[in-house]
Write a protein that binds this ligand. Sequence first.
Ligand code: HEM
Length: 409
Amino acid sequence: MAELSRRAALLTGGAAALGALVASSPAQARALVGWNWSPSDSVAGSGSGVDPHWVWDADGDPLLASLFERGLIPRVNELLWNWERNDQALPDGLPADMRDFLEHARQLPAWADREKLEAAAEFNKARGIYLNLCNGPGGGILATAIPKEARAVYHSAGGADMEDRVAKTSRFGFSVGALNAYRPDGTCVVECVKTRLVHAAVRHLLPQSPHWRNGAAEDIPISQEDMLVTWHTLPTFAMRTMREWEVAITDDEAEAYLHVWQVTAHVLGISDEYIPATWAAAHAQSDQVLARNMGPTPEGVTLTDILLGQLAEQTSPGSVSRPMCNALARYLVGDRAADWDGIPREPVWDRVIPEAWPAVVEFREGLITAPLVPEAAWALDEAVRQYIYFYLTKGQETKIVIPTGNRPE
Ligand code: HEM
């Protein structure tokens, strides 16, 4: 582990937030380091210590496979369409095994702490612009630099309609960041449980795709390790990035923010023995799993291009240029992931954004007054706010449903 961290520092120079997360190539990293993250560092405090590369969803996967075999997915989707609130009773008519699964899956873990969840909601409100930027475009662009995820998304049904997929993901993002996320009238539990169902369906469907399969057990998508990788591109990346931007964050806020994502991980189906108990444990785990799971793919390049095109076109027509989006994405995720994703270099904006964004942060943090903020920073601030508005409202137009097939040929 220490060796890998040293390599990481040498290879990346330790500059960007992601630089600290990613070491060498996935293959090199896997050869260098096995799985040595200890379950004693998890919220469970103990566990088998099995490499999460070889663990999926022991309860959800057989259930979804069986629902597919029984031809029940369309009916289940219909029944769950209006199941939305955390406290809402399940609809009548669900198959008994599914009802049992959902009743169990919707329970918050015994270690969930209501006070911390409330504090996290306040933190999400106060720091919404940074969090939405990191978890929306930041997490989205990082996901395309994770080969297994980029390929899974591209070859699944949603890969053919990225606008809808982004909207569904934003629905999830909105529910996690909402003030009432885990209160009875919130929606986060339902969105997480539905996402867990979608992932179990993808594990059933994707191995049937000729574009995915090559017969190895490893090729069952969305292992616990894969889930952890994506998880670290969300809260861990956001926290590291905000620290790098010198956003003032108290220890209590940091702990609360970690907690809401620990609970979210649990309800998404990540096993407690892999959920980091502290930020130190999260950083150690993220250094290990991101290093062995990131890199370039043709699918990732295509998806990035689609995502950035959407961002530029749809935020508010004409107001945000594609070069600005490209440069903002590069600034967020760093050169290494940006190059893997094939994001073009932008001679003007690549120079402007690293100067303008820190001014936006300083102004928002009350460290400088408006006259000291350069013109370009206002344009950037406005673009980011428009994007976030677009991103958060998009989710209201759609719902998360279980896919019934892969990407059409
Ligand atoms: C679907 C979130 C990890 C692949 C979804 C959806 C959400 C989501 C909200 C529903 C939106 C939709 O159906 O399009 C998350 C979160 C993760 C995570 C929060 C981890 C913390 C992963 C990983 C992979 C993956 C690791 C692959 C390696 C997919 C695929 C779909 C999906 C293929 C379905 C797309 C379709 O409908 O065809 N995920 N995901 N996800 N996710 Fe994840």
